[in-house]
Design a protein around this ligand. Structure first.
Ligand code: NAD
Ligand code: ZN
Ligand code: ZN
Length: 369
């Protein structure tokens, strides 16, 4: 058993509490990882607000981390102590019908098929003050050590800077992949075509990664839509050609975008997680061949009602988890591309804080900083 620090969420609406926790050794098929760095994704905030489905408290959040394998359980062969790894929040067993399907990007044996936040054997490897603490997405990177399934670990290049590539564990890969995932035989994934027009609703960490993906795909016009104008300078630096705030217009933003582009954008991305911006994003893409991609996570229990004509005329509406990548195979390749400077995800890093200041990190996120 390792004793170390972790940020524990004891109850909905309470700040995280940095505590000493006990981390049990990995069981068969599991890996214990020393987490070196982790990003804060808005999804972690959804848990603290109590609007992420199927999360029991107390829980250790965090799912955008990078670390070093400390020890492995019986039967683990794909990684060994000392390997640099990125934990992935969508496991990939490699054997089920979803894993074997080249069009699918996650496993049937995941917390999505069986929504609960203990490990698959219904136990936890974390305890704190004598209480069992739940895992999050079977990953929990807000801990100095965590235990996860071998099938949710991607081994990466030993040269990778862990404090930078941790962002590939969720935010960057999600946004970039949502736009650029051009792997063949993946029709559910958007492949932004060169010369096309795109609108990105919400340019936080994930939305900015969509901007980068649209630019890399050769889009000719990339319109960032956000109510926080402080985000616009970075969006422009990363490739946005126009930046607009819905609050500057009297008419609905979908009408503004339709006028700006003649008949609506070719691709729209919702990267906020609100039902109203999801419908606005749908209505912003052109009525026939437009594609709208849902990336933002809606609050559990959200319901959307739309005019069915929006879809009848030909639009496509789809969603993506983690940008459509089969993460266990794709993460090592994305890390290699990062090392070859094919993209610069470092530009997404705004602040670096020690774990003791994790709540300050959330305050900065909520303040739009
Ligand atoms: P973030 O908070 O950094 O960014 C959200 C942005 O949306 C902010 O810039 C904010 O100003 C803007 N915004 C809020 N309300 C708006 C409105 N009404 N109109 C226009 N802009 C508005 O969050 P993030 O970390 O970039 O995550 C974005 C969303 O993506 C979250 O819902 C998160 O849970 C989700 N997410 C989904 C996946 C996935 O696999 N699908 C992965 C990661 C994150
Ligand atoms: Zn995330
Ligand atoms: Zn599987």
């Amino acid at each position: 058993v390792i004793r170390c620090r972790a940020a524990v969420a004891w109850a909905v609406g309470k700040p995280l509490s940095v505590e000493e926790v006990e981390v049990a050794p990995p069981k068969a098929g599991e890996v214990r990882i020393k987490i070196v760095a982790t990003g804060i994704c808005r999804t972690d905030d959804h848990i603290l607000e109590g609007c992420f489905p199927n999360v029991d408290f107390p829980v250790i959040p965090g799912h955008e981390g990078a670390g070093i394998v400390e020890s492995v359980g019986e039967g683990v062969i794909s990684v060994k102590p000392g390997d640099k790894v990125i934990p992935i929040s969508l496991p990939h067993c490699g054997e089920c019908s979803f894993c074997l399907n080249p069009e699918s990007n996650y496993c049937l044996k995941s917390h999505l098929s069986e929504p609960q936040n203990l490990l698959p054997d219904k136990t936890s490897r974390f305890t704190c003050r004598g209480k069992q603490i739940h895992h999050f997405l079977w990953v929990s990177t807000f801990a100095e050590y965590t235990v996860i399934l071998e099938c949710a670990v991607a081994k990466i290049d030993a040269a990778a800077p862990l404090d930078k590539v941790c962002l590939l564990g969720c935010g960057f890969s999600t946004g970039y992949g949502a736009a650029i995932n051009t792997a063949k035989a993946r029709p559910h994934v958007v492949q932004v075509k060169p010369g096309s027009t795109c609108a990105i609703f919400g340019v936080g960490g994930v939305g900015l990664s969509v901007v980068m993906g649209c630019k890399a795909a050769g889009a000719s016009r990339i319109i960032a839509v956000d109510i926080n104008k402080d985000k616009f300078a970075k969006a422009k630096e990363l490739g946005a050609t126009d930046c607009i705030s819905p609050q500057d217009f009297k008419k609905p933003i979908q009408e503004v975008l339709t006028e700006m582009t003649g008949h609506g954008v070719d691709y729209s991305f919702e990267v906020i997680g609100h039902a109203d911006t999801m419908t606005a994003a749908l209505a912003s893409c052109n009525m026939n061949t437009g594609v709208c991609v849902m990336v933002g996570v809606p609050a559990s229990g959200s319901v959307i009602s739309i005019d069915p004509m929006l879809l009848l005329s030909g639009r496509t509406w789809k969603g993506t988890l983690l940008g459509g990548w089969k993460m266990r195979d794709s993460i090592p390749k994305l890390v290699s591309s990062y090392l070859e400077k094919k993209f610069n995800s470092d530009l997404l890093i705004t602040h670096t804080l020690p774990i003791a200041k994790v709540n300050e990190g959330f305050e900065l996120l909520r303040a739009g900083k």
